[in-house]
Design a protein around this ligand. Sequence first.
Ligand code: HMG
Ligand code: MG
Length: 335
Amino acid sequence: MDLRSTIRWSRPILPAPTMPPATESIAITEVGPRDGLQNESAIIPTPLKVAFINLLSECGFPEIEVSSFVSRKWIPQLGDASEVFAQIKRRPGVIYSALVPNIQGMEAALKANVGKISLFTAASETFSQKNTNASIAQTLERFKPVIALAKSPQKSGTGVSPVHSRDARATVSLPVRAYISCAVACPYEGPTDPRKVREVASQLLDLGVDEIDLADTIGVAVPADIEKLYAALDGLLEPWHTTLHLHDTRGTALACATRAHQLGVRRFDSSAAGLGGCPYAPGAAGNVATEAIVWSFQKMGVQTGVDSSKLATAVRFIATALDRPLPGPMANVQV
Ligand code: HMG
Ligand code: MG
């Protein structure tokens, strides 16, 4: 195994052993408030977002991706990120994270007391340009000062969530996730060469990120694509050191998650009610529904730590609030 896997993950966010963790549990990051609500045609009122996140906080997720500190001109739907962070009720033990594209976003994220940041780049040049007005190399350049700031000691109470430290005077550093969009295919360029994903992942590891999140942005993957993706990462990154972010445009996301789990992946993103999509990925549907991933993994004897009945409450809440048919299997069911 490449030593880098061990070194980079010496201070992991979630357990990152050198051998695959037991198959009996996975960790789910609920991304509905961010990936989901960024793609709604209407701008959702702040109190409604806060109520949705507060319900999700009760469900048992280790992490909730709350919002994005991006340009309001690009994503007006999440222009209230600071207000949302200020108003949510934070449950101890839950990481409240946000997307950050550049130093301007990072400064706002620190002021909002985020628990973790998620950078985002791509394995496709065209998608990178459309989504961030920057080449892949330019996004990586933008990340350097952001990561430096995240890794420079922050005094508790002056930005970084105190959940990272029991000692109010202690210094903490902020965990950094990095998404690689179009890890399987690009809406503009077609199929992605998995070697490109490996190249970008390697560059991100060199920058010092803590977590690589591989995204099937347009939801075209089948299990064989997941096998090719992880084969391409062999020797660079173990499957259990990655997170998988699956959109479900063609109904194959759950099959991909199951195959990924067999390969050793233990961390997944999903959205309550199957919300989601990227305004710069035309035609892409929402993320794999959280209720589907929780139900199927739990039935397979894999613990998710998520309380299904509390999740159903959150799903029904957002389905009622958005008042349109949602893709998740529980969105329209009264149980
Ligand atoms: P730009 O226009 O090239 O940036 O955008 P700029 O530096 O020239 O600034 C232009 C304006 O934006 C300025 O304001 C800046 O102040 C402002 P003006 O002077 O015109 O009034 N600005 C900001 N405002 C707030 N927060 C900031 C910020 N930065 C600049 N951080 C930029 C570059 C990256 C900002 C823009 O392209 C952007 O915000 N893109 C975000 C797009 C996005 O959020 N996409 C969806 C999320 S990614 C996704 O969904 C995929 C994922 O789910 C994984 C997957 O499924 O693939 C994660
Ligand atoms: Mg996404």
